[in-house]
Design a protein around this ligand. Structure first.
Ligand code: HEM
Length: 183
């Protein structure tokens, strides 16, 4: 009881407020703080999230790759260079929706990257007719991507199927081996 009245007296002495007024204001401040924080962050933002393992996609057509353009938040962001598919989800600020390079996502962006072009008609894996300089630029991008992003698959022509009609899946092959060969 002694401690209680000492604390209450101290509150009045220090703040000039009655203990009731002081604790009411304090409670209101906590509520306002929680509301403002909640506008920007959810409780899950404070929890440590384990890094997502890149999903091995295997062989997909350019058409199928489109599904990984960021329009479905549950899917990784993927970009292909020379047919090799990279999971660029870790650079959402570049490649996610509204990002400056989101036009490359879900595509084989080889031609556009080689030509340093943002033109829609260059958003293709077709590198025919590129100059030696453009091919060198593309190779620089390729090394940058190999260094930074995991390889998760390969773009194949639409008709690339095995004799029994099943698609050939890269996870049946050695994806890392493929990466090493390229380096
Ligand atoms: C006005 C010219 C440009 C400026 C000022 C610019 C600036 C930048 C900057 C500051 C970064 C971040 C670099 C980093 O932190 O690693 C970046 C990344 C990037 N830029 Fe540009 N850029 C320009 C033109 C282009 C063009 C023409 C292309 C290709 C068509 C391009 C493709 C990229 C890509 C793909 C990345 C991300 C690479 C990654 O995943 O790390 N940029 N750019």
């Amino acid at each position: 009881m002694g401690i209680y009245s000492t604390v209450m007296d101290a509150v009045t002495e220090v703040t000039g407020l009655s203990p009731t007024a002081f604790f009411t204001i304090l409670a209101m401040m906590v509520v306002v703080y929680k509301i403002v924080c909640g506008m920007f962050l959810g409780p899950e933002d404070f929890r440590q999230k384990p890094p997502k393992e890149p999903v091995q996609l295997g062989d997909v057509t350019e058409e199928e790759l489109r599904a990984y353009d960021g329009s479905d938040p549950s899917k990784p962001l993927l970009i292909a260079i020379k047919g090799q598919i990279y999971d660029v989800s870790s650079s959402k600020m570049f490649y996610g929706r509204g990002g400056p390079y989101s036009m490359f996502t879900g595509r084989d962006a080889s031609r556009a990257l080689a030509m340093l072009s943002f033109k829609p008609e260059d958003l293709t894996g077709n590198i025919e007719g590129l100059s030696a300089e453009e091919l060198a630029v593309l190779e620089d991008w390729e090394y940058k991507f190999m260094d930074k992003y995991p390889i998760v698959g390969r773009v194949v022509p639409a008709a690339n199927t095995t004799t029994n009609g099943d698609k050939v899946h890269l996870q049946d092959q050695d994806v890392n081996g493929l990466q090493k060969q390229q380096i």
